[in-house]
Design a protein around this ligand. Sequence first.
Ligand code: ARG
Length: 687
Amino acid sequence: MKKILLSALAAMAALTASADEGMWLLPLLKSLNADVMAAEGCRLTSEQIYSVNHSSLKDAVVIFGGGCTGEIISDEGLLVTNHHCGYSSIQALSTPEHNYLMDGWWARSREEEIPCPGLKVVFLVSMEDVTDRAAAALAEGGKEALEKFKEDLENSAAASNPGCEAEVESFYSGNVFYLILYKTYDDVRFVGAPPSAIGKFGGDTDNWVWPRHTGDFSMFRVYDENGRPLKPKKSLEISLKGVKENDFTMILGYPGSTQRYQTAAELEMMLASQEISIACRTIRQNVLWKWMEADPVIRLKYADKYADSSNGWKKWQGEKLSFKRLGLLDMKRRDEAAFQRWADSDPDRKAKYGTALQEIAEGAARALDPLCAFQLLYEAPYSIELQQFALMYFYATMQDEPVDEVLAAYKDYDVAVDKEVASVMLKYYQQHAPAVMALDSLGTGFEKFSEIDIDKYVDYLYRESMFTSREKLEKATADTTGLALRLIDDPAVVLSTRVMGYLFSVYPVVTALEKSDASRTYTAGLLEYYGDRPLYPDANFTMRLTYGHVLPYLPKDGLKYAYYTTLEGVMEKEIPGDMEFDVPAKLKQLYAARDYGRYADKKDGKLHLCFITDNDITGGNSGSPVLDADGRLVGLAFDGSWESMSSDVLFEPELTRCICVDIRYVLFCVDKLGGAGYLLKEMKIKK
Ligand code: ARG
């Protein structure tokens, strides 16, 4: 008896301790993952998750807005995603008078839902492995033939599937190819969101950190070609049961990019370029933050730009710390030495893979300086909005294209902010740019950039340029005679063409490494080296599934983090009037009355806000559905924890946690707080 118990316990321990690493390809679930998933608690078949012929869970999961994931939660096209995913669309609709972003908002009927120009939602139709044909094309006619094969296949697939777009995507660094069909909808309307004080509670201070208390969600509705709410093939059921420790969870979504198979040389290159971004963004963000704190109008204008900048900035700093703590570079070097020994120990392998690592290292050495130059240009002078407007306007005019996009951008522009950014960023660039890339003779009369008085130059730039306001621009371009010449003479166009010139000159060297054969060869070698162990490909913004469990963790010695947070934590963190930690009065009232309705946790009666799992996600997964063993929605993934920061390069099972908002908090915010309970009628809610 004891023996049986012990072995059962051992089996259980093996299960819970198993690393749930992997962003798996949907068509391969059945062959690679189904057994493990079932053993870990999943009650769905692979076909219920991904099927080409029948409706399956994948039909409810979409690309939202080009960089996030969303899911359909009603048969009338209702969609939920993160607040930070809807952020730029909501910001674009907001004005100081109707500040949906800061104050929150809910449509009270379908008619009130607000169209979001430019916002798209994309459904996955099917994925087909076309590796054999791609490999044949490559073997026959090299890279050009491969490119031609891809283009032809995309064209013919799109032609035989009207209404669909086709893409041939490469996986495992060009060793596997899939033809992927998508269907896009571009009538997407804003349904509602909580105020930023809930949707972004904790702001950038809490970003990338657990414990978290953010209601990071927003809702939209997809409309079909006839302007009617979309009838989807599949919509998700919602579970009000909540999660508990060790519960099985799976996440379907669009992880953007990981570098799990990159070499030490590539990692060093990545770190060097991130270092430049961190330094530049620190300076720029300090300027933006100062203005945003002082003026609510500027706060709204720059909210999205700031969040975008700061998200990467903080992530890279966390990555650097994690890599160091894990000794990642040394770990990589040891793994590579072992791979090299394995390759060299067999003549065939040596012929195939023997020089791949060295070629990658040489390519990285060649790309390092150009990459750093690119990054410095991009983060410093290119971040000046005035020159971005000039560039966009100039190219659009030269190509006879509409300039609406530039004109619209002025809604979120403040010239005083931008002028200060220009001053600090150009000074930084002047100090750090290699001499050959000095932006000399900018029309200021000085010969050398190193001798330019930046403040005088910036005064001149913002005095003389026609791009400092929409009014000035429209006035200057009302008469189109001689416009091209006047544009060429505009100091912002002069600056922007110079910046672009340098960007273009270094770009090919930067991308040469990515395009080289060495990575493909090395990855093919790794696939052989690891043999039977199933390997998933790096993320590339195609739909993936990750499975795992609800789990606490030990962030440091002697400290344990619970797997969930509650509303109490919001009250603990409150700082009245603060830009990040203010708490809405209505939320405090509901808290004081403990008025959580059916969204309270059955066991402790509290309102649970967020929970963590060891699912394997990255940027792009934001907004992804977190599903229970029956495929019901229990939360939305929205972040990774500070101790997880290595995970784009190395998944560390003890520390990597995905942060999710509990669906019960989402519905509480819609219903109790937002007064939009009518929306729940179209959802399929299971108690
Ligand atoms: N870290 C999250 C991600 O990359 C974004 C969170 C946005 N929130 C914020 N405070 N900036 O998906």
